[in-house]
Each structure stands twice: as C-alpha cells, then as structure tokens.
Design a protein around this ligand. Structure first.
Ligand SMILES: Cc1cc2nc3c(=O)[nH]c(=O)nc-3n(C[C@H](O)[C@H](O)[C@H](O)COP(=O)(O)O)c2cc1C
Length: 221
C-alpha cells in the first residue's frame, strides 16, 4: 500500500496523512497520481480531502498507477484540481516536462502553481536553471559546457562513493555517464571505459581526460 497504492483506500490515505500532519510543525506535502486506473480516477476528491487534513501543497503526476509511464500524462486532470473553487493550497503538476518551452506551455495551459521534474533532470540537472531563465527572460540558455558536465560527473561520482561505498558507488554511477556526456561527438570509447573500470582513481583520471580533450578542439579527432 505504499505510494500510489493508497489511492485505492482513500480513508486510509487521509488517516495516514492526518497523522503525519499532526506529528510535526513542519509543512507536509503530498505527491501522488491521478488514481489507480482509468475507471477509478479520484484525484479531485483526494486533493480536497488531503487539503482538509492540513497538507500545505500537492504535487500530481498526471498518470494513473496502471498506466505506469505509458502514454502521455493527462494534465487536464491537474487543471481540474486547480479549478476546484474549494482548493486553495498550491498545486504542482508533474509528468513529461522535459524542456523550458514545455514547462511554460504547461504552466500557462493548466494553471499550476509549480512544476515537478523527474526523468528530464537525471543526468541533466541544468534543466532547472534553464527553465527559470526562460520564465524570467524568454530566452534559452546555452547548454552546459564540458567543464560543467565534467564537474557534475566528478561531484556525482565522489558523492556516490561516499554514500554507497567504493564498489556500489562505482557500479551505480555507471548509468549516469551517458546522460552527462550525451551529444558529445565520439564519446563512446570514453564511455566504454567509464562503465567497465572499477578503480575510482582511474575513473577520475578518465573524467579529467574527457575535460581536456573536449575543451581542446585540436585534440578532438
Ligand atoms: C528513478 C525514478 C525514481 C522515482 N521514485 C519515485 C518515488 O520514490 N516516489 C514518487 O512519488 N515518484 C517517484 N518517481 C516518479 C517521479 O517522481 C515522477 O512522478 C515521474 O517520473 C513523472 O515525472 P517526469 O515525467 O518528470 O519523470 C520516480 C521516477 C524515477 C524515474
């Protein structure tokens, strides 16, 4: 009954949320989906009842649990939550936003108070500043240069080692190199080394090499 499973037992969801709200003076927020499946979409009722027990904001992933990640997120349900005159807490929309343009379009079209971004930020944390910049200036920031990409990968690797330990830290980091270095020409051989090497010192060395080669056009073949 964790996560979206609770959407099948609204009284339990409400009781649980109320208990959390009562146990702390900090603001409690909820993130959930539209409902369990297409025939049981209950987000309108859920949002209202959770607001009534004291949550401070709600984030809604505009899919049902049965949908998993299939099809397009249906943000019109989020707009319906926003349009409910009884709702007064901030409503954040979530699902499929992967560019500044889409963030602005969805914000305007569905009237949300904020947007949550999941997958598009994996390996590309710069999406947040790109969206903020686009909202405030209407202009697109250039993508991060090689120094920033390497800096992020280096920091991520070092945090991963500190958090997960040497072996797991190295292994779990492997899936992140491709997104950090996407679109770089001829990056494949470097990536192949990054995802086979086990020695952290050597991995940091490969990252240094990538930074040097890609910041120096003369070294690029
Ligand atoms: C690796 C990964 C882990 C996730 N873990 C959670 C989680 O623990 N709790 C949750 O509510 N949603 C979780 N999600 C779902 C996201 O929060 C988000 O609702 C979903 O990815 C749709 O947004 P997006 O299109 O911006 O990715 C996860 C998604 C991914 C890709």
């Amino acid at each position: 009954m964790a996560g979206a499973g609770l959407l099948r037992d609204v009284p339990q969801l409400v009781r649980l949320t109320e208990a959390v709200v009562k146990s702390t003076r900090r603001p409690v927020t909820v993130k959930t989906r539209l409902g369990w499946d297409d025939s049981t979409i209950n987000i309108l009722e859920v949002a209202e009842r959770l607001q009534d027990v004291g949550i401070q904001a709600i984030s809604i992933h505009a899919r049902t649990r049965s949908q998993m990640y299939k099809g397009e997120a249906n943000w019109s349900w989020i707009a319906k939550v926003k349009e409910n005159p009884r709702m007064h807490i901030p409503v954040f929309g979530n699902g499929d936003v992967d560019s500044p343009q889409k963030a602005l379009e969805y914000k305007n079209r569905f009237g949300v108070d904020g947007i949550m971004i999941g997958r598009a930020s994996i390996g590309y944390p710069w999406i947040f500043r790109e969206i903020k910049h686009f909202f405030s200036t209407g202009e697109l920031l250039p993508p991060p240069d090689i120094h920033e990409r390497v800096l992020a990968a280096r920091q991520h690797l070092s945090d991963s080692l500190a958090w997960k330990g040497e072996k797991l830290g190295v292994l779990e980091m492997r899936r992140h190199y491709a997104p950090y270095f996407r679109d770089l020409p001829n990056i494949k051989p470097y990536r192949a080394r990054l995802v086979t090497e086990m020695e952290p010192g050597v991995l940091f060395g490969i990252l240094d090499e990538i930074e040097e080669v890609y910041s120096n056009e003369a070294l690029l073949v």
